[in-house]
Write a protein that binds this ligand. Structure first.
Ligand code: FAD
Length: 306
């Protein structure tokens, strides 16, 4: 899997170290804001490639996503990537958002179609004056601002709306042809699904990095419902690991970190050297997993609260 990325030297141990990126969501309340910024502070010294901030379904977090991205740019040396979906919006609105990002210095967008307006599982329809698909959105972004790097989604188990894997990979190919240079996968728990998908993608002539999206499931019950709706299979063995821990958050945390660390270490053994972590705005598990991957902070970090 050497075509995924080129390993870089780890100053601390002199070994090659994987590249990582972190995904956050825009906070709703002051308390959530504090949690997010404590997490960013703790994870920043791990020098991620970039940190991304999600965009609420149908643009519901438009201003909060923008505010979070702007603050990252102002107060940290991290490279932010703004998620953007085109569903439910007119072309002009989306163009305005992209221009605003460009103006404040954002040079990386995670461009997405978005879920159907009625929610996952309901029929998808587009805005009459909107971008009609993610490839159209990507082309629109690249046309306005060729210096914006565009990442996109990829689905190792295929997107729930895809007829079959061929249709799914065709969409990814269209996204690459429109200008996407990186894909980040939906969460998966069985590494073989990722490698099979990678084979399909490479066979279709797609050569961009397909970065595995890793989610430590510290809140298993809640996350299980969410990822299942998005088309991810939650294996029985994983459910069994969290069995009986509904009221034991501490143990759940340890189990979640152990499971995710096992998954990334197995991926790394098979040559994967780039990982995207769905942090859920928490630093502790992702920090520990990164540590197990050999990643060390570049400067002293605050000790985590006991
Ligand atoms: P696409 O990859 O464009 O398409 C997905 C599927 O839709 C295709 O495989 C195909 O089956 C069907 N389809 C699309 N266009 C066509 C066409 N022209 N003809 C036929 N079939 C078509 N959601 C958010 O709301 N906010 C976020 O911030 C966000 N971030 C995400 C980040 C990642 C890494 C991932 C994996 C997903 C994210 N999502 C986010 C979820 C995403 O919006 C949903 O999965 C959505 O349903 C599909 O958007 P997409 O860009 O992945 O779709």
């Amino acid at each position: 899997m050497t075509d995924l990325t080129t390993p870089i030297a780890n100053g601390a141990a002199g070994l090659t170290r994987p590249k990582i990126s972190f995904e956050f969501f825009p906070p709703k309340t002051e308390e959530m804001d504090k949690t997010l910024w404590t997490s960013i502070e703790r994870l920043a010294p791990l020098e991620p490639n970039f940190v991304s901030v999600t965009y609420g379904a149908g643009g519901s977090t438009r201003e909060r996503t923008h505010a979070t991205i702007s603050r990252i740019l102002k107060e940290t040396s991290l490279l932010p990537a703004a998620h953007l979906t085109c569903v439910g919006s007119a072309r002009g609105e989306i163009d305005e958002i992209v221009d605003r990002y460009h103006e404040v210095g954002v040079r990386h967008i995670v461009a997405l179609r978005g879920d159907p307006p009625g929610g996952i599982g309901t029929p998808y329809y587009t805005h009459a004056d909107g971008y009609q698909s993610s490839p159209e959105l990507i082309a629109g972004i690249k046309k306005r601002h060729p210096d914006i790097e565009v990442s996109v989604s990829a689905y190792p188990e295929k997107h729930p709306e895809s007829l079959d894997f061929k249709a799914d990979v065709d969409i990814l190919k269209a996204k690459v042809d429109a200008g996407a240079t990186r894909a980040i996968t939906q969460v998966f728990f069985d590494n073989d699904l990722y490698f099979r998908y990678l084979d399909r993608v490479r066979a279709r002539g797609i050569d961009i990095p397909i970065v595995p999206g890793i989610m430590p499931m510290h809140n298993f019950k809640q996350a299980r419902g969410f990822v299942t709706r998005a088309g991810t299979t939650v294996p029985q063995w994983l459910a069994e690991k969290f069995d009986g821990l509904d009221d034991d958050a501490e143990t759940r945390k340890l189990v979640a970190a152990t499971v995710a660390a096992g998954q990334v270490q197995k991926l790394a053994k098979r040559g994967v050297d780039t990982f995207h972590f769905y942090t859920m705005n928490r630093a502790d598990l992702v920090f520990a997993i990164s540590h197990l991957l050999g990643i060390r902070p570049t400067k002293p970090v605050k000790k985590a609260a006991a």
